[in-house]
Design a protein around this ligand. Structure first.
Ligand code: ADP
Length: 598
C-alpha cells in the first residue's frame, strides 16, 4: 500500500511517501520519497527533497496552502503515483482520539473544536487536510494524533492542582510528540534486543518543539508538554516551564494583555527570547565565539533537560534507557554531552568518542553510553512520518474481528515470599505447607497467612502463594492500598524496582520489603492456545465482559505466553467488583494484536 504522509506546521510542510504492506512491522516500510517546503515568506520558500542526498532549492510558494497544492506536481515529477491513502499528522486530539481516525466531516469538526488547545498547530494541520482532500478526493485521509500515545498517562501525571470547575471544563495535561516518542522507544528497545515492557526509558525529542517523555514498561507515563505544547523544556521560540504567576505580574507591571503574553511565550521566547535566534546551530556558533547570551541559553537548555531526566527517573523508580532524537538530539553532540554531564550518580555516562562519531542514516539507532555503565544512551532519527504511514496502513487494513473468549479468574490480595522472608516471618528454615493447588501448574496456596502492615492500617490473613520466589512480591488492590496508606503502583508481576516498602508480619517476626504492587491485569496463555488464536507473548488485547455483571471492557491487557500455562485472564478484586462479576465468567478478546493474525 502506498501512503502519502503530510506533516504541516505553522512554517513548514514536510511530506513523505511510503510503501508498506498492511499488517507489516514498521521496519519493513520503505520510504520512496521525502521532501519539505520551509520558511514561507513573500518571496517564496525553501524546497528540500531527496532521501539519501537531499538538495535544497527555492520554490515560489508563499504559504502552506500553496505548498500543499503543489505536492501532486512534485510527486508527478518524481515519478510517484498511485497514492492509496493520505496520513495527516494532527497535533491535538484531546481526550477523544486514542488512535488514528479517518478524517470524516465529524472528525474534522472535532479537531477544529480542539484549536484553543493547540492554536499554533491544529489550524495549520487542518488547512493541509482541507487542501489535500480536494487534491486527492478519492482516497481515504487519516489523522494520526501527537497526543494519543499519552492518553493513558495516570491521573497523577495529567491532573493540574487547580479548582474543580476548571478541571471539569477539560483543563488537564495531554502531552505531544507522541508518535515520535513511541517510535524511538520501540526503536531503542529493538536495538537493545530487549522487550520494551521490561524497560524504563526517557525519550528526549529536541527539535524546534521539544519534549521529554517517561515511558515505563512500554507505556507513556508522563511527558513534559501539558495541556498545550508550551509546557516543559526550552524550545526554539517557546518558553517551556514558567511560573504562571507571571501573567499577573506582567499585566500589572507592564500592562500586557493575556493574548500578548501568550503570543510572546509561544513565539518570542525559548532560544529566540534568550538569544534572538531560535536555531540551535546559530546559538551554538555564537556561543563558541564567546557570546554570553548564547552560552547562557545553552546552559539553560541543557539544565532543563537534565532536570526532566532526573524527575522521570524518580517517577519510574529508575532509568534503563535514555534516547535522543529531533534535530538537536540527533545532530548536536555537544548538547547531548551537556545534558548527560553530571548524571554519573544514576549510572548514566556517555562515551565521548562514540558521542562525537554519531552519524545517522537508514534508521540507525546508535549507542553512546560509556562501556560498563548501567543506563543505555541512544541516538536515533525520529521517524514520525514512517510511524504515521504504519498506523494508517494498519488502521485501513484491519480485518473483521473474530470471536475469541477466555475464562476470567479473580485474584484476591496475596503475597509471594522469598526464602529470606519466610525465615524472618516463620522462623529459619521453615517450610510452607501447600494447601490447595492453583490452576497454573505447580502453583499453590499455602496454609499459612501473613499480615500486611501499613502506616494507616493492617490487613490480616493474607494468602501466601507458592512456590518461593527469588524476590518477595505483595499484590493488593487499589482499595487495599488506601486501607494500608501506601501508594502501590500498577505493575506486571516481577517489575518490582522502585516499588514501595511494606512490613509483613508473621508468627515469628516481621519483614520489611519493597515489592508492593497492584498487579496489572494480564492473560496467561499456553503456547498452543496462543498459536491457535494468533497471539504472541507481549501482545496486548482488549477484553470485554458483558455476558453477565455490569459490562466492562478492560483495555491493554498483556498476554503472557508460556508452555504450561493454563489459559485464563487474571484481574483483581476491584476490577471484578467494577465489572460486577460473580461465579465463572468469560471475556471476549478484541484489539489490534488479534486482528493482525487472521
Ligand atoms: P522540527 O521540530 O521543526 O521538526 P527539527 O527536529 O528539524 O525541528 O529540529 C530543528 C532544530 O535542530 C533547530 O534548532 C536546529 O538548529 C537544530 N539542529 C539541526 N542540525 C543541528 C546541528 N548540526 N547542531 C545543532 N543543532 C542542530
Amino acid at each position: 500500500m502506498r501512503i502519502l504522509v503530510l506533516n504541516a506546521g505553522s512554517s513548514s510542510l514536510k511530506f513523505g511517501v511510503f510503501d508498506i504492506a498492511p499488517g507489516a512491522g514498521v521496519a519493513e516500510a520503505r520510504q520512496v520519497f521525502k521532501a519539505s517546503f520551509d520558511r514561507f515568506a513573500p518571496d517564496g520558500c525553501d524546497f528540500r527533497s531527496g532521501i539519501a542526498d537531499p538538495q535544497t532549492t527555492r520554490a515560489a510558494h508563499t504559504s502552506l496552502a500553496e505548498a500543499t497544492e503543489a505536492v501532486p506536481a512534485v510527486l508527478r515529477q518524481a515519478g510517484i503515483d498511485n497514492i492509496e491513502a493520505v496520513g495527516h499528522r494532527i497535533a491535538h486530539g484531546g481526550a477523544r482520539f486514542k488512535q488514528a481516525a479517518e478524517l470524516s466531516a465529524e472528525v474534522i469538526d472535532e479537531i477544529r473544536a480542539l484549536t484553543p488547545l493547540a492554536p499554533m498547530h491544529n489550524p495549520a494541520n487542518l488547512q493541509a487536510v482541507d487542501v489535500a482532500r480536494s487534491v486527492w478526493p478519492y482516497v481515504p485521509h487519516w489523522a494520526v494524533f501527537d497526543t494519543s500515545f499519552h492518553l493513558e498517562n495516570p491521573a497523577r501525571a495529567i491532573t493540574y492542582a487547580v479548582p474543580k470547575a476548571w478541571r471539569e471544563s477539560g483543563l488537564r495535561r495531554f502531552g505531544f510528540h507522541g508518535t515520535s516518542h513511541k517510535y524511538v522507544a520501540h526503536r531503542a528497545a529493538d536495538e537493545l534486543a530487549q522487550p520494551l515492557r521490561d524497560l524504563r526509558l526517557v525519550s528526549l525529542h529536541l527539535g524546534n518543539g521539544a519534549s521529554a517523555c517517561a515511558i515505563a514498561h512500554g507505556k507513556s507515563l508522563d511527558s513534559s508538554m501539558g495541556m498545550t505544547s508550551l509546557e516543559g523544556l526550552v524550545m526554539g521560540t517557546r518558553s517551556g516551564d514558567v511560573d504562571p504567576g507571571l501573567f499577573g505580574y506582567l499585566s500589572r507591571q507592564m500592562g500586557l494583555g493575556v493574548a500578548e503574553i501568550e503570543e510572546a511565550l509561544y513565539r518570542d521566547s525559548g532560544l529566540k527570547g534568550l538569544t534572538g535566534s531560535s536555531d540551535m546551530r546559530d546559538v551554538e556558533a555564537r556561543a563558541a565565539e564567546g557570546d554570553a547570551d548564547a552560552q547562557l541559553a545553552i546552559n539553560i537548555y541543557a539544565y532543563r533537560a537534565r532536570k526532566y531526566i532526573g524527575a522521570y527517573a524518580a517517577a519510574m523508580g529508575g532509568l534503563d534507557v535514555l534516547v535522543f532524537t529531533g534535530g538537536i538530539g540527533e545532530n548536536s553532540p555537544s548538547m547531548r554531552r551537556r545534558i548527560c554531564d553530571g548524571l554519573d550518580f544514576m549510572g548514566l555516562r556517555i562515551d565521548h568518542d562514540r558521542n562525537m562519531a554519531v552519524t545517522l542514516q537508514d534508521r540507525a539507532a546508535l549507542q553512546i553510553q560509556a562501556y560498563g555503565t548501567r543506563v543505555n544512551v541512544l541516538v536515533t532519527e525520529t521517524a514520525e512520518q514512517l510511524m504515521i504511514a504504519h498506523e494508517v496502513a494498519n488502521a485501513i487494513s484491519l480485518p473483521k474481528p473474530r470471536h475469541v473468549s477466555i475464562p476470567i479468574a479473580v485474584s484476591a490480595r496475596h503475597v509471594h515470599l522469598s526464602r529470606e522472608a519466610v525465615d524472618a516471618l516463620f522462623g529459619p528454615g521453615y517450610e510452607l505447607t501447600p494447601d490447595k493447588p492453583l490452576r497454573q501448574k505447580g502453583h499453590w496456596v499455602a496454609r499459612e497467612r501473613v499480615t500486611l502492615h501499613g502506616p494507616k492500617g493492617d490487613i490480616a490473613h493474607v494468602a501466601i502463594l507458592g512456590p518461593l520466589r527469588p524476590r518477595t512480591q505483595i499484590e493488593i488492590s487499589r482499595t487495599d492500598s488506601f486501607k494500608l496508606g501506601l501508594d502501590a503502583p500498577v505493575r506486571q508481576s516481577g517489575a518490582l524496582d522502585g516499588t514501595p516498602t511494606i512490613r509483613l508480619i508473621g508468627p515469628a517476626g516481621h519483614y520489611d520489603t519493597d515489592g508492593l504492587i497492584i498487579a496489572a491485569r494480564h492473560i496467561h496463555m499456553n503456547r498452543d492456545d496462543a498459536r491457535e488464536i494468533g497471539l504472541s507473548d507481549g501482545d496486548t488485547v482488549d477484553v470485554t465482559l458483558d455476558s453477565s455483571g455490569r459490562g466492562l471492557t478492560f483495555s491493554h491487557v498483556l498476554v503472557r505466553v508460556a508452555d504450561n500455562a493454563f489459559t485464563e485472564m487474571h484481574i483483581d478484586t476491584d476490577e471484578a467488583n467494577a465489572a460486577g462479576i460473580s461465579g465463572a465468567v468469560e471475556g471476549e478478546l478484541s484489539g489490534e494484536a488479534l486482528l493482525k493474525h487472521p
